[in-house]
Design a protein around this ligand. Sequence first.
Ligand code: PMP
Length: 432
Amino acid sequence: MRRDLTRSRAHYERAAKRLPLGVTSNFRAWGPERTIYLARAQGPRVWDLDGNEYVDYRLGYGPAILGHCHPEVDAAARQGAAIGGTTALSTVLELEVAERIAKMVPTAEMVRFANSGTEAVMAALRVARAATGKAGHVMIEGGFHGLFDGVLWELKIEDIENEDEPEVKPDGRGVPSLMRRLVDHVPLNDAERLEDVFRRKSDRIAALLIEPILGNAASITAEPQYLRDVRELCDRYEVLMIVDEVKTGFRVARGGVQELMGVRADLCTFAKALANGYPISALAGRRDLMERIGPGSVAQGGTYAGHPVPLSAARKTLEILDETDALERVADYGKRLQDGAGAILSRHGIAHAFTGHPSMGGLFFAETMPRNFRDWVETDYTLYNTFARELNDLGILCEPDCREPWFVSAAHDDACLATTLERFEEAAKVCL
Ligand code: PMP
């Protein structure tokens, strides 16, 4: 049955008069007809204002690794609330969570907490600049690292389509053009291009910012040799390697993408799955770098940093992820989802490929797997977007933009899979 959005649409009309685009984050604005408002979330499902039920593969862009409203995590959050609210004092929870992170991620020799992925990446770059005495950074095309001026730079899809050497442009207005001087972009899986930039500019480049699984470009994945080359080039040219694990951390493996791919970052950033969705992030890394944080040196902190509610939720979430088979179950479900969905698409003769890790897999309508963001632009992403909207209408909540992976939680079960595949079969008809 197709969804009815009467109430969400009526709410949008009112909300858009008071809240820009009727929402609190641009990414949730799907226009007057398609923006939905949440009534409730539980486990692998969400319900909107009209009572439509969805199997959720957005999971808040990744965080709900154990499913929404996980009873043990929520109970832990309530224990955190009982400690007190914002006191701007540290609690013993901080050390406990930092020690768990250090156990799970060997490069996390020291840890600092913040509230969002954006804040953690900002702090990582600041530490890298302080440690190297250099100001610039390199980003990977298709990478996303939060909403601050230093990283709101990108290659526009239409420019890639129309030009051989597309220009790097700001992601929207209000980003000062003078920041552009600090940023270089290179394609994933092309070590020569990276070396070329380092050779010319490494005296000005503090860090390489990389998601080895591009969690904001359909999980296009770094090849093992490329990652080894990247590590070696960073060492040789004295550029720090910041692995942004905001999406991959505590998801693709206990030790994140660094464990999955055997790569060692200098600094790394976490958020999302860290506390099953409670707002918290972490900057972690080499002791000698992290020890630069302090008065008179690198500024890091904030009124809400280390709030006991998300910290207590993080302690419980990490305990579960570290000590149970939750992540194995997540990956297993993701694999079965891809097998089932792939069989349906093949039966309908729709060329497709999956990439990334099954816990956050990308799906493309193309014969071959893209190796970088420019390849992705060649895929039939408009057809995918039509297909995704059809799935949304049928009660499957994936992002209506194939750059966003399909996120799986430990709460997704056989019933979810059966519903998903049944709706997949129906939605595939719009692609024919
Ligand atoms: N880094 C990456 C890799 C992300 O995917 C995101 C958000 N999607 C961020 C940083 C920013 O995180 P936040 O939205 O918590 O500020």
